[in-house]
Design a protein around this ligand. Sequence first.
Ligand SMILES: Cc1cc2nc3c(=O)[nH]c(=O)nc-3n(C[C@H](O)[C@H](O)[C@H](O)COP(=O)(O)OP(=O)(O)OC[C@H]3O[C@@H](n4cnc5c(N)ncnc54)[C@H](O)[C@@H]3O)c2cc1C
Length: 563
Amino acid sequence: MGGLLQIGFIASLDRIMSVVDRADHAVVIAGGGPTGLMLAGELALTGIDVLIVERRADQTIDGSRAGGLLPRTIEVLDQRGIAERFIAEGLVYPAHGFGGIAFDISDLPTRHNYVLGLWQSHFERILADWVAELGVPIMRSREVVGYAEEGAGVDVELSDDTSLRAAYLVGCDGGHSLVRKVAGIDFPGLDPSTSWMIAQVEMDEEPEFGFRRDGAGRQHAMNRRAPGEPIGVVLMERHVDHTGDPSLGELSEALVDVYETDFGVHSPTWISRFTDTSRQAASYRRGRVLLAGDAAHVHPPHGGQGMGTGVQDAVNLGWKLAQVVDGTSPESLLDTYHSERHPVGSRVLHNTMAQVALGSPDERHQALRDTMGELLKMDEPRRHIAAMLVALDIHYDLGEGHPLLGRRMPDLDLRTTDGPTRVFTLLHDARPVLLNLGATDGFDISPWASRVRVVDASHEGVWELPVLGEVAAPAAVLIRPDGHVAWAGEFTDPALPRALASWFGAAAPARCSDWENADLPGVDLRHDLFLQPLEDRRASSPPARRRTAAKGAASSARPPGSA
Ligand SMILES: Cc1cc2nc3c(=O)[nH]c(=O)nc-3n(C[C@H](O)[C@H](O)[C@H](O)COP(=O)(O)OP(=O)(O)OC[C@H]3O[C@@H](n4cnc5c(N)ncnc54)[C@H](O)[C@@H]3O)c2cc1C
């Protein structure tokens, strides 16, 4: 038996050496937009060696993109302790809209019950600063031009004729994702039915701000978000077939068509167009390649959900990928990324299609808008639609149980022996938390103690969830790093060790160092060698191509049956 174990051990070590010897990074991310940056931050927080390859020379974006953040996106930033950075630069709006029908969202049960007006260019700049603080290297002015999955890794080809070896490649490379195309992942959906011109300009005359519906029923809008900012213009076009961005002359003609004057339009900051194309990747994972953000789903910007959905994809994927890379969890954990996030993306596509339909320029759709407007004046439909649009109603299907199960944990005020805190503060380091709110029966957490932090706390007050309203307070809650509840109940519940094992690895020492003196019943490939202390990464300058040392390989192991 000992001989067999030894042979198995040597075989595993060979595998480790063959992967490690050639690997540059545990994870390479194609694309450093909002999704790629957030994913890099999540991985870096857990000590995973990650590198971004970004086509742009810097974080500047031309043309119009996201204009704001919605409550759940602000919450996930709050879970990492960085929300204030964005809030400090944004404008707070207490209302949102569905297909052009405005409604109040200030009674949503969240600390962030508002839309935060913040241009994507600022969002990316602030997020990139955080990622830089975490020491993530970004290879700029380079593109991923291809890849091949080879053995236990991916060879990533770059536009400068170099290549990188990674254990995993994540395509965060936007709607035209090359990674998705090379992976051969289908992108089914709807071709555009409508096109809009969008611009930021100056005008000699004061234009008509607000919405305007023209004689053909098409809706247009103009506003100046803050004094000193350029005027924002959105015009629904007569035709859908266009190539490239419109010129100032075309914008002028379109303004005259709608308003009978172009208001002396001049000095565009940018002029662009978008359509209502709606497509979603059939699969978010193929082997060692994953997709997130616009690479996985594109839809019209109605309701301002795109950037936030990508950021939340990243927060769902980050800790799972980290646990697979460091050997805590088997690869099958990555399948829960698709099974949880694909339905969320699909629902976003669905509601944006409904919003486009609501805006259709004819009398029958006007009747539908009127009807929807009446419904949205009522509290229950308004809260339902609001929670859906701002992603506070997301419910991952984790089976039967407490209403919290699979939903996002509310940011309760807590009392602990270390003083007052909040639930989101406990999640700053992107690690799971077992929150004990008064369960008296003992529970032996020691098999997961290196992975799951136990916090004894009390909370006074009700537990209110979006849409559901008040729910009974559980005695204890197991919170995943993405803020979703993996289990809630009493410590005597046999589902608790099952939840711990399925989300955070088998009941055994998980880290390489914990195994050094263990009497190992078997050995398997682990990737602890991709783990890099945060301080090391902060100290080092971005390496273009770093070879990973094989330290720690000899003690690598994982509990039998966990792979
Ligand atoms: C008009 C408009 C208004 C919008 N309004 C909102 C809003 O209010 N709220 C909201 O949440 N969302 C909004 N969105 C959507 C939002 O802009 C996108 O959903 C968001 O940018 C997606 O982020 P991403 O990181 O997934 O992709 P992207 O932002 O597209 O980033 C992809 C990155 O990958 C890089 N890249 C591409 N290919 C490669 C390659 N081969 N190699 C290396 N790098 C590569 C690109 O340079 C880019 O930096 C709007 C979009 C539009 C068009």
